[in-house]
Write a protein that binds this ligand. Sequence first.
Ligand code: SF4
Ligand code: SF4
Length: 166
Amino acid sequence: MTDEQRRERNFLADTGAVLKGMATVFKQTFRPDDTEEYPKVIAEIPERAHTGRHRLNRHDNGLEKCIGCELCAFACPADAIWVEGEDNDPEHPTSPGERYAKDYQINYLRCIMCGLCVEACPTRALTLTSYFEMAYTSREDAILTKEQLLEPPPELGTTPGAKEGL
Ligand code: SF4
Ligand code: SF4
């Protein structure tokens, strides 16, 4: 191949690369926006996307499923869970087991949403919800108590502070 032929081949290759790049730019320039206007619009979450706040569940008769075994706390790689178990009062049990969680807290400044605590729970007392609006303005607010975790999370878009983001 002569120098002339090599130059011609390089020129064609470079021109092709530039045209390809320009085509990509034009394609992206006129592509419709795919912006999620959160919190004005809450994007639909896949039905099984349980990647939000935890919930402590109850049995149908109102007793707490949590038996205070602390397995979730041991499984947590981020040391985000605090459980203090205590023996049930036989006359007025809190859970069906011998023990119940006297205190239960999850620190969402530590939690990485890995779900290992849910996997470790032998009674399905602990599950993840799809509630992802978890911005806090103080450290105290980021630590959810047992009473808070026993309640269902609020509807998405109703969190205090969400409206300010509009
Ligand atoms: S989801 Fe993971 S990091 Fe969060 S509390 Fe459970 S085990 Fe810990
Ligand atoms: S949530 Fe489950 S694993 Fe954690 S203390 Fe309660 S019963 Fe045990």
